[in-house]
Design a protein around this ligand. Structure first.
Ligand code: RFL
Ligand code: PHB
Length: 392
């Protein structure tokens, strides 16, 4: 098996295959340090955590992660709690993506796994034959690897998806007229749970990584110049957007990481071509408002590993043949949820008063209807892998 990309999708797939006795080679463009320190997602769904535990990756997670039983939606200077545990019996877990990646790399290394970093110029061919081929450059040497299957886990900017002939792929995309400015700060969380705040100055999110580190985001323009955001401006803007009538106080601290993330929804169909499969961000991107991207990558590789295990154990090809169709049902559910959360919580163009009224009506409904709150909670904590045939 050839796997491109040592992000969460590629590394977890390699680990799951190893547990089934299937060997894989993972090719990664960056160095190991970079991959382990890239700051991204923070929220793991219930099912993601259960899976990580089941496959022996729960030790550090259980020591370091924070269990969250709900979130707060804040608007009109008032907070409203959505109680996930009470509504769904499920919780989410706050654990940085880079910690998941560290755990995965450690597991692959201790099992003697073949993960190669700093690999250049990966190209793919013979995808429609029985032995798809990867060519790449490793330490200035050109190499060729013939595989049974290749899985593109190389993220949104990878080479796998563009290798598929354009007339085979259908792309669905939505760009949003804003981005997120994200910071990590040495500051204890100002709330026990995440706060999603809708304000007339724009959206803000209060999240965390540990009892001493907060992760916070501000809605900004897509072309925002990060230099225009010295730390003081970030803190005062966060304070304004989180302000409520109970005197909420935001604890400040030293900001040690800052970045701007554009927002888009993107889905490609199908997620397979010949013996090439796509998983994770290589096949789809969601805006981060629903905290779904990493969890969706995990769901893809879980499904794919089952198809591959059935192929190697019994020669079955049906699960592999259905991979794209099955994965896409969850992908579109999550795409809808992420779009819905994004649309409800952000500020769109000034002057769009009709839209603002609609957002408000929707927020009001979510926090006053048990049915709507349950729908949010069910999606946020993650639809179970076995909830019905369609989310297998
Ligand atoms: P990744 O993590 O992008 O990994 C792809 C890997 O492929 C490598 N690569 C190549 N390697 C070899 N040859 C090439 N030609 C290559 N091209 C690329 C890259 O170096 C990289 O190592 O994709 P993967 O594994 O599919 O994982 C997806 C997640 O990383 C992503 O969905 C999440 O980070 C999204 N996301 C969130 N997801 C959640 O579930 N919960 C969250 O709370 C959450 N918050 C977020 C997020 C993403 C964010 N950013 C920065 C995009 C918050 C933010 C701000
Ligand atoms: C994070 O902690 O990075 C985070 C939390 C919730 C989101 C997105 C990102 O919706």
């Amino acid at each position: 098996m050839g796997i491109i990309g040592a992000g969460p999708a590629g590394l977890l797939l390699s680990h799951l295959l190893h547990l089934q006795g299937i060997e894989s080679v993972v090719l990664e463009a960056r160095d190991a340090k970079y991959v382990q320190h890239r700051v991204r997602a923070g929220v793991l769904e219930h099912g993601t955590v259960e899976l990580l535990r089941e496959v022996g990756l729960g030790k550090r997670l259980d020591e370091l992660a924070l269990r969250h039983e709900g979130i707060e939606l804040r608007f009109d200077r008032r907070g409203h709690r959505i109680d996930f545990l009470e509504l769904t019996g499920r919780t989410v877990t706050v654990y940085g993506q880079q910690e998941v990646v560290k755990d995965l790399i450690a597991a692959r290394i201790s099992a003697g796994g073949d993960v190669r970093f700093e690999i250049d110029a990966v190209t793919l061919d013979r995808l429609d034959g029985d032995t798809p081929r990867m060519r790449f450059r490793q330490a200035d040497t050109e190499r060729v690897l013939d595989c049974d299957f290749i899985v593109g886990c190389d993220g949104f900017h990878g080479i796998s998806r563009p290798t598929i002939p354009a007339d085979v792929l259908r792309i669905y995309e939505r760009l949003y007229p804003f981005a997120w400015l994200g910071v990590l700060a040495e500051a204890p969380p100002s709330s026990d749970e995440l706060i999603y705040a809708h304000s007339n100055r724009g959206f803000a999110l209060h999240s965390m990584r540990s009892p001493t580190v907060t992760r916070q985001y501000l809605q900004v323009t897509p072309d925002e110049d990060i230099k225009a955001w010295p730390d003081d401006r970030i803190w005062s803007e966060l304070a304004l957007r989180f302000a409520d009538d109970t005197g909420f106080v935001l604890t400040k601290g030293a900001i040690f990481e800052k970045g701007v993330t554009p927002m888009r929804s993107f889905v490609v169909e199908p997620m397979q071509y010949g013996r090439l499969y796509l998983a994770g961000d290589a096949a789809h991107i969601v805006p981060p408002t629903g905290a779904k991207g990493l969890n969706l990558a995990v769901a893809d590789v879980r499904l794919l590993s089952r198809g591959l295990a059935a192929f190697y154990a019994d020669g079955r090809t049906d699960l592999l043949a259905e991979y794209s169709a099955t994965a896409l049902r969850r992908v579109w559910r999550v795409t809808h949820f992420s779009w819905w959360m994004t649309s409800m919580l952000h500020r769109f163009d000034a002057g769009a008063e009709f839209d603002e009224r609609l957002q408000h009506a929707q927020l009001d409904y979510v926090v006053s209807s048990r049915a709507m709150a349950t729908s949010l909670a069910e999606n946020y904590t993650g639809l179970p892998f076995d909830a019905s045939w369609c989310y297998r």
